[in-house]
Design a protein around this ligand. Structure first.
Ligand SMILES: [Zn+2]
Length: 139
C-alpha cells in the first residue's frame, strides 16, 4: 500500500507534478487524447471488426486542441507546437464525412438499426426501409 501512496503522492505533490492551470490543461489533453484509443478499441471489440466511431474523432479534436494550447501558451516549444498545429484538419474532415454518411443512412423503423446508404431493406431484421421521399411525404 505504501508503494501506491508513494506513486500517487511524492515530493509533497500529487504524482510529483507541480500543478497549475496549464498543467491541468496539458494533462486533460493527454487523458482526452489517450481515451480515444480505449473508445476505438471498445467499439472494435464490440463489433468484432475494426471501426472508428465518431467519438474517436471528437476526442482526437478535443485532446489535440488542449495539447496545442498547452504547447502554444505554456511550453512555447516549436516542435511541440508544430506536432499539434494541423492535426485538427483531418479530425474535422472525418467528422464532416461521418455526419454526411449518417444523414444518407436510413434508420429502420422496426428495429432502429442504421442501415447503409441507399439500402431498401434493413440488414438486421429485413424490414422494408422507407425511402427519403416517402419519409418526407409522411411529415
Ligand atoms: Zn430493422
Amino acid at each position: 500500500m505504501d508503494i501506491i501512496k508513494d506513486l500517487l503522492w511524492h515530493d509533497g505533490r500529487l504524482l510529483g507534478i507541480e500543478w497549475h492551470f496549464w498543467k491541468v490543461i496539458g494533462w486533460m489533453g493527454n487523458l482526452t487524447f489517450f481515451s480515444r484509443f480505449l473508445v476505438q478499441w471498445y467499439a472494435t471489440e464490440k463489433r468484432k471488426q475494426v471501426v472508428v466511431p465518431t467519438a474517436f474523432w471528437w476526442l482526437s479534436l478535443t485532446g489535440s486542441l488542449l495539447l496545442f494550447s498547452y504547447a502554444l501558451f505554456y511550453e512555447q516549444d516549436s516542435v511541440f507546437i508544430f506536432a499539434y498545429a494541423f492535426t485538427w484538419i483531418p479530425y474535422i474532415r472525418n467528422l464532416v464525412i461521418h455526419r454526411r454518411h449518417n444523414e444518407q443512412s436510413p434508420r429502420c423503423a422496426a428495429c432502429g438499426t442504421t442501415c447503409a446508404p441507399q439500402s431498401r431493406f434493413c440488414a438486421m431484421c429485413g424490414a422494408q426501409l422507407e425511402s427519403r421521399a416517402q419519409a418526407a411525404n409522411l411529415r
